[in-house]
Design a protein around this ligand. Sequence first.
Ligand SMILES: [Zn+2]
Length: 185
Amino acid sequence: MSSFTDHFLRINNLQEDFQSWHFQPGMAFGSPDLWWGQRKPRPCKHEGLDLAFYLDQHGQSRSLPASANFGPLIDGIVIKIFDDFLGKSILIHHPNYDQGQIYSIFGHTNPLPHLQAGCKVSMDKSIGSIANFTPKIHGPLPHLHLSFFKLSTDLSPLSLNWSMLSNSGKVLLVDPLKMLYTKFP
Ligand SMILES: [Zn+2]
């Protein structure tokens, strides 16, 4: 039994040091404001979680290692990979959960070179690393964005993009926090 977080810690050699994920104001699901620059309001409430920091065994906040690797939240199939403002986004379908309507998106990544639409992904294998790119002085630090959602059956997942996540009315966003720690066989 292991979770997304267990795998993340193992592949990035953080098991000894890590106590929990650490979300600064603006990083959590539904946050109204950005966590960088002048912390302006977001165009829409945060559609997921930003993974950039963790608390170590002493309760100190630490940045994730540069270009940290990660695996999928749960097993699934890659639907598509598309550009975002810091790297690439990976949309994954999780057909074995909730009548096949569950999806996740990782944003701001550098996917493994062979990863493409149709690839099966499993929790015990990496799919990419966090994109090591900051656009300008007041841009965010490199971080991994994660959205988790249920998609209405009358919308093709292939047509999904970032603005539709909040505005289409076809996407039921869920806070992924619990899933980060949920253990699967
Ligand atoms: Zn985000």
